[in-house]
Design a protein around this ligand. Structure first.
Ligand code: AHR
Length: 519
């Protein structure tokens, strides 16, 4: 008996060692696993999924991008140079403007001509402040030119007229002799800009007119008809879509609007708890878990809208355009509640990373999306204070993910553990892979606050031998950058990945976003 007891462990150790030697384990239990089929990609991820939204709201435009030509802050024709430079570094693909709710009370003719003569208006949605219209069509399209990005203009259906929208398109896009093209020339711009993307109203179920979907569908057909193509500019019109889980809105619009009339149908989905938003930093783990869970919920919402769209449009002609998404918290203490100014932490980086991974996966239908809102509002990429500017964790995710733009989506199978809190669970890992010029880009988010992921990645269909990477992480879940300490959260080189026999092994640290380039 005694002998046996001594002998058994020795035999087991011997057998285990032999087994390990002869058959090295490719997947140990407790290990997370990703399988990537590198030769089976078909779908292109549109770069427009990585788009942005900037509204006349709070300090996004005024005291954000726009400081005016006489400002001490370095600018080009009134637009801040540091913001332009930072956004260009993300390869910003598009910018949606002027709203949001603001779009349906904006009258574009008030925003052209000499600035000193432009009429003012009240921004009734956002703080009731007086808008002096100094940033209008010319300034916005100059900004897009400086950013080298595609403009998306949202027209006014709620309080505007068919004629007004029709004339705006003519003003912006017509090359010949016409009242609107001549007016444009009078205001200093000879060439038309050739703007392709036009939103036909915004949230017309709410701030854009409190309409029924039936009424909006009829109006859409009317407004869209007179938004004309001029020259070679073929418009891509986007119908104002549903609020989150309002599936009936999508159903009615898909039924009533001829599909050739709409390039895209929009959807707005904010990651928030409307009853108790909570602060952007200094939150509990309960709130952290809750927001990550709400972020994952977008998958269900998008799938259900897509199922409806598939029924009416099995060929997938109409794009799903998620033209407002992101986190929405309580405003920073002491700021105007109507200005929606919030800090941005590691938690926001995870929401951005998970959401963008998911948009990639759904890119056969999701062909455009716009995070709300680029500067100083909601889940911003950039915050400013006077001449100071900082890049948020969300900015860094957009910059780290830019290799996904227009790349081929690779089919990916993920098996990961769960992050558990108070008896509830969410997947600890989110991941997406794409390929461009034989380089595979893999973006991974580990939302677990404590547990590292021991990850094995199996590449099939392509020989791989080299890997490099970057990581975004912090000491605490609400790690964030401030004007005094702007580099608390920023990407660092990631060196703990190794490739052997076409398998990559690595540890994805708790609470981190990792982007790997493999070739
Ligand atoms: O992004 C802020 C607001 O949220 C937008 O103006 C509106 O479209 C949405 O309700």
């Amino acid at each position: 008996m005694k002998n046996n007891q001594t002998c058994l462990p020795i035999v087991s150790f011997f057998l285990a060692t032999c087994t390990l030697f002869l058959f090295p384990p490719s997947f140990a239990s407790g290990q997370d696993r990703i399988v990537i089929n590198a030769d089976l990609g078909q779908q292109q991820i549109s770069r427009h999924i990585y788009g942005h939204f900037s509204e006349h709201l709070g300090r996004c435009i005024y005291d954000g991008y726009w400081v005016g030509e006489d400002s001490d802050i370095p600018n080009t024709r009134g637009i801040r140079n540091d913001i332009v430079e930072a956004l260009r570094a993300t390869n910003i693909p598009n910018l949606r403007w002027p709203g949001g709710c603001f779009a349906d009370e904006y009258h574009w003719m008030d925003g052209i001509g000499p600035r000193s003569e432009r009429p003012t208006m009240i921004n009734t949605h956002w703080g009731g402040v007086t808008e002096d219209n100094s940033f209008g069509t010319h300034e916005f399209l100059d900004l897009c030119g400086q950013l080298n990005t595609e403009p998306i203009i949202v027209g006014n259906v709620g309080s505007g007229t068919v004629k007004e929208l029709s004339q705006w398109v003519e003003y912006v896009n017509f090359d010949g002799v016409s009242p609107m093209a001549d007016l444009r020339r009078k205001h200093g711009r000879d060439e038309p800009w050739g703007v392709v993307y036009w939103g036909i109203g915004n949230e017309n179920w709410g701030c854009g007119g409190h309409m029924t979907p039936e009424h909006y569908s009829d109006l859409y057909r009317n407004y869209a008809t007179y938004a004309r193509n001029y020259g070679n500019t073929r418009l891509r019109k986007i119908a104002g879509g549903a609020n989150a889980s309002d599936y009936n809105w999508t159903e009615v619009l898909m039924q009533r609007i001829p599909h050739w009339m709409m390039w895209g149908l929009s959807l707005h989905h904010y990651t928030t708890d409307w009853g108790d938003k909570g602060p952007a930093t200094g939150f509990s783990e309960f709130k952290y878990f809750d927001y990550i869970r709400r972020c994952y919920h977008i998958e269900q919402v998008i799938r259900r809208h897509m199922t409806i769209m598939d029924r009416y449009d099995p060929a997938g002609r109409v794009a799903l355009v998620v033209d407002e998404w992101g986190t929405w918290y309580d405003v920073e203490p002491g700021t105007n509640p109507g200005f929606l100014y919030q800090q941005n932490s590691l938690r926001d980086a995870f929401v951005a990373g998970i959401t963008l991974n998911y948009f990639n996966e759904m890119s056969h239908r999701v062909r455009m999306a716009n995070i709300a809102q680029t500067v100083n509002v909601l889940q911003a990429l950039i915050l400013t204070e006077g001449e100071k500017m900082l890049l948020t964790p969300t900015y860094h995710v957009f910059e780290m993910y830019k290799g996904h733009h227009d790349a081929t989506l690779l089919p990916l199978h993920l098996e990961s553990g769960q992050y558990e809190y108070d008896g509830n669970q969410v997947p600890a890992l989110s991941a997406s892979a794409s390929k461009k010029d034989d380089v595979i880009l893999l973006s991974i988010v580990n939302v677990d606050p404590e547990k590292d992921s021991d990850l094995l990645i199996d590449f099939r269909g392509q020989d791989v031998s080299r890997v490099s990477g970057r990581i975004l992480t912090g000491d605490v879940l609400d790690a964030h950058n401030t004007f005094d300490q702007p580099d608390v959260v920023k990407p660092a080189e990631f060196i703990s990945a190794r490739i052997r026999n076409n398998e990559l092994r690595t540890i994805i640290p708790a609470k981190s976003v990792v982007v790997l380039e493999v070739e």
